[in-house]
Ligand binder design. Structure first.
Ligand code: TRP
Length: 454
């Protein structure tokens, strides 16, 4: 048996899509997107967001897919193969380090979700006043032990799934959780649309207010698209290295980007009518999910069930994302450093636990420990989302658009000439020009280079 056929793969086409959609659909969609869209011009933001997804998002997804599926290797091994004898493979460390940073702060929020899920199941999330819900959340995050323990518990669950490998771990879990996620989301949306505030809520999300559309909002939309689609850190490259040779990369990328956008929109349809029906403020930001919604749920008929379902939805969304972030370094450790899967997964978990603990403590004992004026939690979020993701996006689109052997790229896009599509030409144009130029502009603007000009 040669080395290739021994390497794990996603065994079914649906499993590969479930896993990748699972990576993309996460807190970014269900919590961050509705809030950002609502704040920044509703329908106008949505329009810009969709343009970013299609003109920049899909081209970068395809770029990562081409390198991953074309080599069937971890990010470092893949870069060594497509750019032999060059130092370009060092770039893999950007993805590995950034993914560990995201995993660390993301797991803290996932820990809160596990706590709220368990509290909801135990029936402790009902019968309080609005002020009490705020107090419950504040008490919780300001307790170093509680937030730390839930973060660690979440990472342990993450470990248990990952240790079982690609097919029995990631693929199986995603194939069960993703359909359930869509089912819960559909139930919520149908219910939300029957509430008295439905109209106002849907308008808040969809009616475009072009006066709010500033360049800053466009940057927000691009950043949101990158985070939501899991772009730039070789997460999708790593998953694509487990795709089969018969899978169509362009089709998969389109399905994944479309489903991810659909979930973001459905999350808005689910949340805002509920918020407006109860006269709550949609601008509540991070607090919306943990302070405002539990209070609303308890006032709904069947509130217990809504609360459990909601935190279950968040749990499914988040754990299918954290396993994908972890897989980047795990595949790297097993293939480049010849570790066993269990050891590699253990190492990933220990690193995430160490930094995750520090991030959890940012909300209490380490609240005053600041670097560049930010707590560790905020710093990890800021550096990874605003700097490393776009840098990664530029890197992968330039590699595939300009550097890598043309035949290699064409073979991957057309499955060695067996697939034909009119999309490929415009797609390659976006990979070469639109994506890198778009990201550079947004990036420079983000660094404040155009201040005063716009
Ligand atoms: N896309 C996920 C979300 O929306 C987060 C995520 C998973 C991610 N893997 C990633 C973000 C890799 C950046 C890079 O919540």
């Amino acid at each position: 048996m040669n080395e290739m056929s021994e390497r794990a793969q996603f065994v079914t086409r649906l499993g590969a899509i479930a896993a990748t959609v699972g990576s993309a659909v996460g807190l970014g969609n269900i919590w961050r997107f509705p809030y950002e869209a609502g704040e920044h011009g509703g329908g106008a933001f949505l329009l810009i967001y969709i343009v970013c997804v299609f003109l920049v998002g899909i081209p970068v997804i395809v770029s990562e897919f081409v390198i991953g599926r074309g080599t069937h290797k971890n990010v470092s091994g893949a870069l060594k193969q497509v750019a032999p004898g060059t130092p370009l493979h060092w770039f893999s460390y950007v993805g590995i380090v950034a993914s560990l940073m995201i995993l660390s702060f993301y797991s803290v929020v996932c820990g809160w979700i596990v706590e709220y899920l368990i509290q909801s199941i135990a029936g402790h999330m009902s019968g309080h006043s609005a002020a009490e819900y705020s107090a419950i959340f504040n008490n919780f995050v300001s307790s170093p032990w509680r937030s730390m323990l839930w973060t660690l518990l979440f990472l342990l669950l993450n470990f248990l799934i990952l240790r079982r490998g690609i097919e029995k771990g990631i693929e199986r879990v995603s194939s069960v959780m993703m359909p359930l996620l869509f089912l819960i989301l559909a139930i919520f949306c149908i219910y939300a649309l029957t509430l008295p505030g439905a109209r106002k809520g849907v308008e808040f999300l969809f009616v475009p207010d072009f006066s709010q559309l500033t360049p800053k909002v466009a940057i927000g939309a691009m950043g949101q698209a990158f985070f939501s689609l899991s772009l730039g850190l070789s997460c999708l490259l790593t998953y694509a290295s487990y795709f089969q040779d018969r899978d169509s990369l362009v089709k998969n990328a389109t399905i994944i980007a479309s489903l991810d956008t659909l979930v973001a929109i459905l999350a808005g349809i689910m949340i805002f009518p509920v918020v407006f029906s109860f006269g709550a403020q949609p601008e509540a930001g991070p607090k919306l999910v943990f302070e405002v919604l539990p209070n609303i749920f308890q006032q709904l008929p069947g509130g217990y069930l809504w609360s459990v379902l909601f935190f279950l939805l968040l749990f499914f969304a988040s754990i299918t994302s954290t396993i994908s972030m972890s897989e980047i370094s795990i595949t790297f450790f097993t293939e480049e450093h010849h570790m066993s899967r269990t050891r590699a997964t253990g190492l990933n978990t220990v690193i995430a636990m160490a930094f995750g603990t520090l991030c959890a403590l940012s909300f209490n004992v380490l609240g005053d420990f600041k670097i560049l004026g930010k707590t560790l939690f905020d710093l990890f979020d800021y550096v990874s989302s605003n700097v490393l993701l776009p840098v990664g996006g530029i890197f992968f689109s330039v590699m595939v658009g300009w550097y890598i052997n043309r035949t290699f790229v064409r073979d991957q896009l057309t499955n060695h000439g067996t697939l034909h599509s009119w999309v490929i030409k415009p797609l390659v144009f976006c990979i070469r020009f639109v994506a890198p130029i778009g990201i550079v502009l947004v990036f420079l603007y983000g660094l404040g280079l155009f201040d005063g000009l716009l």
